[in-house]
Design a protein around this ligand. Structure first.
Ligand code: 5RP
Length: 218
């Protein structure tokens, strides 16, 4: 199976978590795009969706699925999203697609977080994938210096990328994140940091992994 086939298998398996009349939170990325494509088969059973990005919202609307703002919805049933890395505690690095802030906000409003990945995303220790951090532009220099001092990693600006919130992304290379929750909380305290791409304070509840043998649920 190719990596894309594994992403498709994980996305397809996530449909079993969607129940009639639910409001569905939808993440961002290539794996989620397969999930959105699959929603066309059950779209009449979905009440509405809340999206974590402008691009996912447009894909949902193109299928005729109503997209509501999080403020209209409050809490809702299920959030489906991909990840760049996920460890055995279902803690993740996210933000490879620069949508981490809205992903974190929307996922925290969901009663259940279903993470869909191919098996290349499974790791024992987070950090091989550069850690994305969304930063307010006027705090650029200050934040980069603080992050490098705290983590010991090398923080590089993602060229040519502005988030849906008008901010910039720092990618921190060379990390071994042995205490994800503690590092998430520490980096969140830096003034000018909008969101840290460690999702450990609120890990996924269900992990669906696309493998050579199909989708595995844990
Ligand atoms: C976007 C994300 C994505 O979930 C993550 O980058 C995985 O993307 P893909 O499914 O394309 O591998 O966090 O900000």
């Amino acid at each position: 199976m190719t990596q894309d086939d594994k992403k498709k298998a994980a996305a397809r398996a996530a449909l079993q978590y969607v129940e009639d009349g639910q409001i569905l939170g939808v993440g961002t990325g290539s794996t989620v795009n397969y999930f959105i494509d699959d929603l066309k088969d059950i779209k009449d059973r979905i009440k509405a969706a809340v999206s974590s990005s402008i691009r996912s919202a447009e894909r949902l609307k193109a299928l005729g699925i109503p997209v509501l703002s999080l403020n209209e919805v409050g809490t809702f049933d299920i959030y489906v999203d991909g990840a760049d890395e996920i460890n055995p505690a279902r803690e993740m690095i996210k933000g490879g697609g620069a949508a981490l802030t809205r992903e974190k906000i929307v996922s925290q409003a969901a009663r259940k977080f279903v993470c869909i990945v191919d098996d290349t995303k499974l790791v024992d220790v987070l950090g091989k994938f550069p850690l994305p951090i969304e930063v307010i532009p006027m705090a650029r220099t200050h934040v980069k210096a603080q992050i490098e001092e705290i983590t010991g990693g090398e923080a590089l600006w993602r060229e040519g990328v502005i988030t849906d919130n008008g901010n910039e992304i720092l990618d921190v290379h060379g990390l071994k994140i042995t205490e994800p929750k503690a590092l998430e909380e520490r980096l969140n305290q830096i003034p000018g940091v909008v969101t840290v791409g460690i999702f450990a304070r609120r890990p996924a509840d269900v992990l669906i992994t696309g493998t050579d043998k199909g989708a595995a649920i844990s």
